[in-house]
Write a protein that binds this ligand. Structure first.
Ligand SMILES: *Cc1c(COP(=O)(O)O)cnc(C)c1O
Length: 348
């Protein structure tokens, strides 16, 4: 690994003070993408396959849930509450984790995406969450994180009155980003994988949604002394607002772990080139990235996060902003493909 042994040991010791519930298949594979690289000027592309974390069709949320469920079990909870978009991978993965550890799960689906079709409401992650046994609540308002969190509090209160012991996985950025701990651990995993394969990455690209994955990776790499450049691609907010959000997570992680890896605001790289027309909505570059990756590598990306991130990576490569060995962190999300089936066919 890159850092001194003391650095590396200190990160692991601090992480180990948080309760963790093992749920993911780890380590996830690290694969070269030789055929797709030929489409990218000066870039040799590798993919970290966190779509293969295993539980309930996998994705990045399984690593995050290991720490939320660790805490929930520590508090002797019997019911998990979580909120997300209608095609949220987080709520689907939480429903799977709850089933796995024998808890009940209440999910709240927010109407964040305008003008969706019937498939969007019934297929993909919605279907899976139902099969996994979750109780579904609907939240009508679109972009209202604190409102959505407040509604979860109300549901929790009712459940408590009925004798349950609920644990809430909160959404808003004012809470401790427990899930980011899973990505500090993942950064550790990546660095030892690179060591074993005698590889060195010049740059890393990942989606930056709630920012937990991005913040965890950046914090973890720097805490281990690795200076690999990291760019987050925005699927939800513009780069400026996202920068504040990720910086906020880094600050909280610094106090949660009592460890300062020295991440400066300038180190929080972000681009929102593929965001328009907004969260969960397609554009040409995103659909092209999804198709090209599928047809060159047999690798499926999802329309909401990873195809937008890959479109961002293509843009950075085209404008010479990244070069050499580039790692794309696949965060999963493929079930949403089916919720977007009609929209993808219309756009193709
Ligand atoms: C949630 C999600 C993301 C974003 O991760 P954050 O930690 O919320 O930034 C990226 N990709 C997929 C597939 C997701 O489900």
């Amino acid at each position: 690994m890159s850092g001194t042994e003391t650095d590396n040991r200190r990160v692991l010791e601090r992480l180990a003070t948080f309760p963790r519930c093992r749920l993911a298949h780890l380590p996830t594979p690290l694969e070269p993408m030789e055929r797709l690289s030929k489409h990218l000027d000066g870039v040799s592309l590798f993919v970290k396959r966190d779509d293969c974390t295993g539980l309930g069709l996998g994705g990045n949320k399984v690593r995050q849930l290991e720490y939320y469920f660790g805490q929930a079990i520590h508090e002797q909870a019997d019911t998990i509450l979580i909120t997300g978009a209608v095609q949220s991978n987080f709520v689907r993965a939480a429903a799977a984790a709850a089933a796995r550890v024998g808890m009940k799960c209440h999910i709240q689906l927010e109407e964040r995406v305008p003008d969706v079709d019937a498939l969007h409401r019934t297929s993909g992650n919605v279907l899976l969450s139902q099969l996994l046994g979750a109780t579904v609540h609907s939240y009508p308002a679109g972009e209202d994180e604190s409102g959505a969190d407040a509604r979860l509090d109300e549901i929790a209160k009712q459940l408590r009155q009925q004798g349950s012991r609920p644990y809430i996985i909160p959404l808003g950025p004012t809470h401790e980003p427990l899930g980011a701990l899973g990505y500090i651990d993942a950064a550790t995993e990546l660095l030892s994988q690179l060591d074993q394969q005698s590889l060195r990455m010049d740059h890393l690209v990942v989606t930056s949604g709630s920012g937990s994955t991005h913040a965890g990776i950046l914090f973890g790499l720097r805490a281990h002394g690795s200076q690999i450049g990291v760019t987050g691609v925005c699927p939800r907010r513009d780069a400026q607002s996202q920068q504040l959000r990720v910086a906020g997570h880094i600050e909280k992680l610094t106090s949660m772990l009592d460890l300062d890896p020295g991440v400066t605001p300038a180190d929080i790289g972000l681009t929102d080139v593929s965001l328009a027309p907004g969260y969960g909505r397609l554009n040409d570059a995103t659909v092209n990235a999804l198709q090209l990756t599928a047809q060159c590598e047999g690798l499926l990306l999802d329309p909401v996060y990873t195809a937008k991130a890959m479109a961002g990576l293509f843009h950075l490569a085209e404008y010479g902003q990244i070069s050499g060995k580039v790692l794309f962190w696949h965060t999963g999300g493929q079930p949403a493909i089916f919720g977007y089936g009609d929209a993808l066919v219309r756009h193709a």
